[in-house]
Ligand binder design. Structure first.
Ligand SMILES: [Zn+2]
Ligand SMILES: [Zn+2]
Length: 205
């Protein structure tokens, strides 16, 4: 038998249903790009409010949705939350602080322009997210698109992990966003293991 949202919501444990620090509930998903909302999006966001910290449940594909649709909804939601995430990271990841986008010793070019070019870390994050959102809103939703999108977005998390560890840990504890992202990437084989360079966390295994 498939669980319904009603049973999930009635089931949630007190204290587990948190929103992002310093964010009012109604503003939690306020990073609005010009992306049409849908019942599928509403379904996922409702599920997130009840089950943000239960990644297995979050990733379970609903019977009424096909694989690509479900993946699309997750990617869209991750992009919405990444907008908030980047605004928090920006408090210490500035053009001056991190003039080159890198993770450990690897430098990454920014593909959010006509041709790839070096950008600051925060520039890379913003441009790459904008590019991903643009692709999603245009309906570029083949597995191939998702693979390159995930590869590029992953580097944002990697930069934060290796260069702003405190921010990474605070954000991850509050949101499980990276854990959800990497589990999604693995489930749909969107990123080779060699590119997953952040060490395993208890929530990612
Ligand atoms: Zn930085
Ligand atoms: Zn750029």
């Amino acid at each position: 038998m498939t669980q319904t949202l009603e049973t999930w919501e009635g089931f949630h444990k007190p204290g587990r249903q948190r929103v992002l620090p310093g964010t009012k509930e109604e503003d939690s998903f306020a990073w609005s790009y010009d992306m049409a909302s849908s019942n599928n999006q509403l379904y996922l966001q409702t599920l997130l409010r009840a089950k943000r910290f239960d990644i297995d449940v979050l990733l379970e594909q609903p019977q009424q949705m096909d694989e690509l649709t479900w993946l699309y909804e997750h990617m869209r939601q991750i992009c919405i939350e990444l907008g908030l995430y980047i605004s928090v990271v920006h408090r210490e990841c500035t053009e001056k602080q991190c003039p080159i986008m890198r993770a450990q010793d690897t430098t990454y070019y920014c593909a959010g322009h006509g041709s790839p070019r070096p950008c600051s870390a925060i520039g890379y994050a913003v441009h790459t997210l904008d590019y991903a959102v643009k692709q999603l809103s245009q309906g570029d939703t083949s597995l191939k698109h998702f693979q390159s999108m995930v590869r590029r977005l992953y580097r944002i998390f990697a930069h934060v992990y290796f260069h702003h560890r405190q921010v990474f840990e605070t954000q991850e504890t509050a949101t499980y966003l990276y854990a959800r992202f990497v589990r999604l990437a693995r489930k749909y084989e969107l990123a080779p293991e060699s590119q997953i360079i952040i060490p395993e966390l208890p929530t990612t295994v």
